[in-house]
Ligand binder design. Structure first.
Ligand code: DQA
Length: 148
């Protein structure tokens, strides 16, 4: 079982940007945590992709459908308004789990809306980097159940 983790716009500035919401670990440290955690959970491969561009994220989702067992997606601000990313998630058959570092429900009103959530298997928010651990665990167990 392998997993693709997609991080959207501005997540490359994690550690510098608003650390009270997104934590003080820099992006490289976050990626190392994600890869190590995926290995510990039992994934044979974990690729992490980051882009600040909507179309690149859509292309990556399309490509993932033939290459990965599932996707963990932090779509950043696209979460709140990208119907194109939502359609891409709907178009691929593999499970996609929505993830956020911050508790989007405890912030500005616009962050309470996720247009991608209905197309995702589930959503996890508010635990900092542990949100990724929770999402990876949920994806792994979901895949095991489907196989079993
Ligand atoms: C975020 C939450 C979004 O509202 C925001 O635009 C981000 C990061 C998070 O991980 O908490 O860029 O997805």
């Amino acid at each position: 079982m392998n997993v693709l983790v997609i991080n959207g716009p501005n997540l490359n500035l994690t550690g510098e940007r608003n650390p009270s919401q997104y934590g003080s670990d820099n992006y490289e440290t976050l990626c190392a945590y994600i890869k190590e955690t995926a290995k510990q959970i039992g994934f044979s491969e974990c690729e992490v992709f980051q882009s600040n561009h909507e179309g690149d994220i859509i292309d990556e989702l399309h490509a993932a459908r033939n290459e990965f067992s599932g996707v963990i997606l932090n779509a950043g601000a696209y979460t709140h308004y990208s119907y194109a990313i939502r359609d891409a998630i709907e178009a691929i058959k593999i499970p996609v789990i929505e993830v956020h570092l911050s508790n989007v429900h405890a912030r500005e009103d616009f962050r309470r809306v996720s247009v991608i959530a209905p197309a995702c298997k589930g959503s996890i928010a508010g635990f900092g980097k542990i949100s990724y651990k929770a999402a990876l665990t949920a994806l792994f167990d979901t895949l095991v159940d489907n196989l079993g």
